[in-house]
Design a protein around this ligand. Sequence first.
Ligand SMILES: [Fe+2]
Length: 303
Amino acid sequence: MNQQELAQIRKWYMYFADKYRAKDGSMHLVLQLKFDHSQRVAADCREIATELGWPDYEITTAEVIGLLHDVSRFPQFAEYKTFLDHRSFDHGERGYRIVSEAGIMSPLNGTEQAEILNSIRYHNRRNIDVELDPDCLRFLKLIRDADKLDILEVVYDTIKNNRHKDYPEILCHVNPDGPATPELIAEIRKYGYGSFEYVKSMTDMNLMRMTWVYNINYLPALRRLSERRLLEHLDETMLNDPDVEDLMRKARRFVNRETRNTEIRQVLRSYLLIRRWRYALSIPASREALETLPSFLFKRADM
Ligand SMILES: [Fe+2]
């Protein structure tokens, strides 16, 4: 997809969102949150795809997916006054239908259309339980990562600014001051994920969000989660409880280990590749180049 096609889709999105504005141009606070969320997710999709080394036309496709993935949130709130899918409709499915029927996909080729539409359709599934070709899957994994990163930011910002008291729909109407549910703690401890039937409080809700770290697909996304201190922020929003603390500690350890190990693996791989090239070209490696990696590894292992 090129920049012109991106600009056309962006224009359509703005036009679609404008229908949910009041006469003075303002938007209901919760819809404004979704609107801003989509802009940030689009930017994250673009940046993560860039960091992954995807070609320009795919980076643009990734940005479009970020922008459109929650398009159905506007009619969902306008019609049902909720963001709960089970009380309204599956917002992935509805988004897929809205975009398919809008006629904005026709300038794109079949592969791009499939990547965008499938990503919108399945971005909110609990697990990726559909059969997709590898290209569609790459984009679907990307939007799921970028979406999670921003939801964690939004949740923290909402709680910190007490907006959930006036707008309980932002946090799906759970009890803001209730304790952690023991069944949920036990389930997460055993399987690494929990069931919504045990989610009764804000702490429960945030415990569920904590388990997302085990499902992040791409290292640049996990690195952002760590750099933005999203787990630490989540911790601030939960009631003090030794079981919760224990689960949080495990999640933090997992993120630290994964980001560190994957970085080390990447450096090792590049180092071995350079050595292989040097050998093939019979260029003697400088002593300095050979010493760089061991000192780097030593430093990382000590952290
Ligand atoms: Fe969504």
